[in-house]
Ligand binder design. Sequence first.
Ligand code: AHR
Length: 620
Amino acid sequence: VTVSVANSGGSPTSPYMYGIMFEDINQSGDGGLYAELISNRAFQNQSLKSWSAVGDSTVTLDTTTPLSWALPRSAKVKSGKGKTAGLKNSGYWGIDVKKADTYTGSFYSYGAYKGNFKASLVSDITNQTLASTKIKSKSVADSWTQHTFELHPAKNAANSNNSFVLEFTPCKETELKFNLISLFPPTYKNRPNGMRRDLMEKLAELKPSFLRIPGGNNLEGNFAGNHWSWDSTIGPLEQRPGRMGVWEYDNTDGLGLVEYMHWAEDLDVEVVLAVPAGLYLNGDVVPESELGPFVEDALNELEFLKGDISTPYGALRAKLGHPKPWDIKFVEVGNEDNLWGGIDSYKSYRLKIFYDAIKAKYPDIFIFSSTDEFTYKESGRDYHKYTRPDYSVSQFTLFDNWTTTHPVIIGEYATIQNNTGKLEDTNWDNPKNAWSNWIGSVAEAVFLLGAERNADKIWGTCFAPLLQNLNNYQWAPDLISFSANPADTTLSVSYPIIKLFSSARITHTLPTTSKEKPNFGPLYYAAGRGADSSYILKAAVYNSTNSEDVPVNVHFDGLKHGAKATLTVLTAPDGGWAKNTPGHGDAVKETVKHLTVGKGGHVEFSLPDLSVAVLIAGNK
Ligand code: AHR
């Protein structure tokens, strides 16, 4: 295949081409990225899930003495005849215990007790104590008292089958209540109430430019009133009631709006903040006459984030420790408002009302419609696609004729089912693949290349879902799978592609021509200038004839004879069926070749079938 890359023309690209999308699905927040180790720490599950009694004590759920309006339930521990009483938490399917780490804990107790508490981490397999500390009780008869402690393990645990135990020594019959029992390992960038380091590092390696939060379906809610509500997710944990999320588990909302902003700060990314727009997953739509409070809520949220401290919500932010406003530049109104019977109301009043109100107060904010089916004034739009490999490849040219007037965030995409021999989109009645496979990931790369060569129309792209707790998930395939044990972390075969493409950003596309007809297939590509005046060709080979290697002769008008080029190629075995699974996470092979640009700016190489490549060359 011959490809000629011009040295002028094309267009500047969006600086946000690669980002990440997060919602609490697959226990990706609670039990995932949010580093809290204690599951059901404040009984927001409305049960004693994850808790058990120590020795012959008994544990019951109690609502007679609420810790706060938000956390009305506590665990009542009644001692038995044994020397010790207390409760034990199994964590989010285990707790990882490392010698090098300090574990920071706290709990509230209620009831008179003069002795010591003992907090420990113990192995479920051997019963061995891995770390333990005494905490002098401050507990009194008629009120809640908070205790804090640290645990310093003496050695690494053999595995993550460990629990947290909180005990006391009863004097005759003792009855104590406990709530908000919390334990954190060191967090990413040492944020209090922060995020799991190893997973955040994997996100940082993707070099994302934006974070789309907080959903996804979890933004919308299952039924009237069940939407994600920003002001329930801020402030002290004692004031966060949590909520039953839409993905079949309770959200503590410990990972709330401020934590999202910290996350964005720590990765140095812009936030695309989705606001609930009055559409619920059961099809309930808020009528126009009742939409006012939703719009006001969105404006309050923006004031909380952006307002100076003279504004009521800006002052609230300052009171919570953040006098400096955050800079929210992008807002999305709702999520997938083309689904669940939402499109008519979205077209007739919902997008318009939010758009006009937000723009009136914050003209600098760019607003995305949550669907590609409808735009309003200068809104961008959101395109979601979960599909099959061949269909994904067929979308390479999808954006060619779209307008630049309404830039698109590809807010969710993935190949989730296999080819059928016909060009078919997803059949939602069929199961999704458990793991991304390589043919699907290469097909996603082709789709991304279609976005890249239309980078004046495409604002950004993000794979979804981002994260999967292997012990409780609702949606596969996902980009990063994990458990309590960091050794289980598995990067899908799509991950290295996104990392490669994101690391080689085209800042200005350049027009390409080819002698071959059709121009594209089996080699798909996009080209342009990168930082430091480099020239970049990104390519993918999908289904070459007889699976043969594709010879590529690319000529850059702008490259001089003798210039140096680096070619990075990703391949995987098994004819497209390769996948990464826990313990087998290295299916994708990266090969790097150093090439020299020939006469007339030509670079020659060949690419295997089902490969993804980036060529970066520079005259210096
Ligand atoms: O990513 C999983 C779900 O797919 C999202 O919550 C929703 O937006 C989409 O339908």
